[in-house]
Design a protein around this ligand. Sequence first.
Ligand code: MEV
Length: 334
Amino acid sequence: MVQSAQGRASGKIILMGEHSVVYSKPAIALPFAAVQVLTTVTETTGDLSVNCAFYDGLVHEMPKVYESLKHAIRFSLYRLGVSQNPAIHIEITSTIPAERGMGSSAAVAVSVARALFSFYDKELTAKELWDIAQSSERIAHGNPSGVDVTTISREQSVYFVKDEAIEVLNLDLPAYLVVADTGKIGHTLEAVQHVADWMEMENEGTADLYFSPQGHIEALGQLAKTSKKALLNQDIKTLGDCMNQAQTYLVDLGVSDKGLDRLVVAARQAGALGAKLTGGGRGGCMIALVESLTSAKKIAVKLKESGATQAWLQSLGASSDEKLLQGDFFKGDV
Ligand code: MEV
């Protein structure tokens, strides 16, 4: 055991396939290093305590709403085989905006597990990390597909299909994503439930005759497949078209909202090749695809003028120069 240890995790962006991924359709997701969580574990003389943006106190007194974090701590301790009330303090600092579709809850669980295993000087296997973070996500989001935990714990861009082998994508596209925050808390659990209700109504034959949620889920899955080909062929135009089409299906499914729609329209008007919400929706963040850094900056400014509270740039290129942009461009503030 060391006296202090740290664990980090970055956020994630879903490029294509949110919601349809819950129904075993493919999704494409990227780690998003511009926003990060850092967990520091230190030895203390008192009971197990935690400090984060929302809570400062003893773990066993944490209110129910922080159950997923409490679970990540307790499950990690259980897997470590140490007491459930060790004399340690857990400090969590994060630049990932919470509940904005950027994987904040999964990243917190991953960073907590990493910090605790490092503190007790035990190897954290990929399987153990997955088990801890995914079970914490079940508390936060009900029945998560696993795309968030996979992307964040592997720190790799992935083509993800629930319960299937993960395909790592080595992105090498001369393009950028502008990621913008509506500033409004997203409602992943509610949005996932809304889609589930539609699906059930269709199965029971009580859905609107002119609207097939199953058809929309199928179409979103197809768009993710086409997007993967476009990524591999460096076909930015097709990728942008897929993003625009996906947004139409997501709006129809009822998981977008006015703030997201406004930013999507603003990005397209400012020249984005494609724009859509990212993550659970109903608030949270959107992404826009552009060909050059100059357009990316222009669109980020336009999005800010249209109400975005923060914007970041993410390179889709493979070179080390391109990757540098991922870290701290605009520092979340345009
Ligand atoms: C949330 O980041 C993505 C959703 O598809 C839910 C999930 O995959 O569990 C909306």
